[in-house]
Design a protein around this ligand. Structure first.
Ligand code: SAM
Length: 434
């Protein structure tokens, strides 16, 4: 990934959008690189604009097709992304029209499009002249800002809730904190926030959670360096309590990095016999050990393919297993708007296969009487209820440990939809081994 040689806020924003949409890179890495050369305020602007383009892409592309005669090719392609950014500013942001047009046209220089400045200028001026911003599509899929395949799958699964789901997916998520019981307490932390005039709310279902009422730099919150809290969505905070951990248990956190749920487990039950936190990405495990160090916790970190138990398992069975399976991440699109474009319809089947393979291969590593919690941050039933229903039908020593009286073997688990009690979309099912 190489940034444009010349630093320009709009050119760098278009570059981030290009990295995601054309090269399939995650926005996290591209943003970090681009933001490093701008002020705090400009970095926030850059992120807001890039995320805005991802949220409104179908509509922005319709306008682009209407105003650009021929698609741009090769190293000029990035200018299309600059134009999309121009449309976004004009139609959906508070940037003044004058600044949106002139600064976006000037940014073409930094993207090597000196000769195409006139084209960018003409398209943005046409956009204004034809009042395109007030001419948006009334097609539900275009309005949703989601790719067609995803909208259709969501509509099929949740016909009566589709509008609320789409709304939630396009609304920025609140910041949830999880207070580290080993270093502080909910009461103590709430007092620290109140003393600093930082507004927050609590959630009845979450014994360790605080929801901030405004976005603040995390490192500026009380007790960051001291490890008093972690940032973790409310849905993810439900995993550790579901495991019902006790002292001296042997526990596996499978697909554990960067450790949000492992650290919660250790905070909830510090007297475990052992916690093995396994993941197959070493860079993510490095982030996990940094998180563990800040929170003053420790676990045995293992880098391996979870499904290949022969490569990492010593034959001692676990009392508890959390399988936080790799998934489509469709439940966290509100936090990561780029996911909707990075994930392809064709990925889902491969994910299903991987999830089921890991689940099946882990099952023998669980003691009889032990509990496995299966979790995903997906809202697609094929990754959730369908997987667990199939597993129950194929494993006579597995039964459903219900969290809710409405669960059945055909409709097992709890599907949380995005926005429900301010949480991300998530799925949990609890399996007991006989
Ligand atoms: C949903 S994320 C885990 C989030 C983590 N549990 C937390 O709470 O911070 C899924 C993880 O699965 C890991 N993963 C994917 N395939 C894997 C495999 N075959 N074996 C082990 N880990 C895998 C990814 O590297 C990723 O870190």
């Amino acid at each position: 990934m190489k940034l444009p040689a010349k630093s320009d806020l709009r050119a760098d924003t278009a570059w981030v959008v290009f990295q995601v949409l054309e090269l399939g890179k995650s926005s996290r890495e591209a943003l970090a690189l681009a933001q490093a050369r701008h002020s705090k305020q400009d970095s926030a602007w850059l992120q807001e604009m890039a995320m805005g383009v991802f949220r409104h892409l179908p509509q922005l592309q319709i306008w682009l097709r209407a105003l650009l005669d021929k698609p741009l090719k090769g190293n000029k392609k990035i200018l299309e992304h600059l134009i999309l950014l121009g449309f976004y500013q004009l139609a959906f942001s508070r940037v003044s029209d004058h600044a949106a047009v002139s600064a976006t046209v000037n940014a073409a220089d930094a993207l090597g499009g000196v000769g195409l400045k006139g084209l960018v200028n003409a398209i943005l001026r046409n956009f204004q002249r034809q009042q395109m911003a007030s001419n948006t599509s009334d097609d539900a899929i275009i309005q949703s800002g989601l790719p067609k395949w995803l909208y259709k799958r969501l509509h099929a699964a949740y016909p009566t809730q589709i509008d609320a789901i789409v709304d939630a997916m396009n609304t920025p998520a609140p910041v949830w904190l999880r207070i580290n019981r080993q270093r502080s307490s909910l009461d103590e932390y709430c007092s620290a926030l109140t003393a600093r005039d930082i507004p927050f709310t609590l959630s009845a279902e979450h014994p360790d959670a605080v929801i901030l009422s405004q976005r603040l730099p995390i490192t500026s919150l009380p007790g960051y360096a001291e490890g008093w809290f972690s940032v973790q969505d409310g849905a993810a905070q439900l995993a550790a309590p579901l495991l019902n951990l006790r002292a001296n248990q042997r526990v596996l956190d499978c697909c554990a990095a960067p450790g949000g749920k492992s650290t919660h487990m250790l905070e909830t039950e510090p007297a475990l016999d052992k916690l093995i936190a396994l993941d197959n990405e070493s860079a993510r495990l490095t982030r996990m050990s940094e998180n563990m160090a800040r929170l003053q916790l420790s676990a045995e970190l293992v880098c391996a393919d979870a499904a290949d138990t022969r490569s990492w398992w010593d034959g001692n069975q676990f009392d508890r297993i959390l399988l936080d399976a790799p998934c489509s991440a469709t439940g966290v699109i509100r936090r990561h708007p780029d996911i909707r474009w990075l994930r392809k319809a064709s990925d889902i089947e491969a994910l299903q296969t991987l999830q089921y393979r890991i689940l099946e291969n882990l099952w023998p590593t669980l003691k009889s009487g032990g509990v496995l919690v299966y979790a995903t941050c997906s809202v697609l039933p094929v990754e959730n209820t369908a997987q667990i229903a199939r597993f129950l039908s194929e494993h006579s020593d597995a039964s459903l440990l219900k969290m809710d009286s409405q669960e059945t073997a055909e409709q097992p688990g709890r599907q949380i939809l995005p926005g429900e009690q301010q949480m991300d979309g998530f799925y949990y099912a609890r399996l007991l081994k006989s």
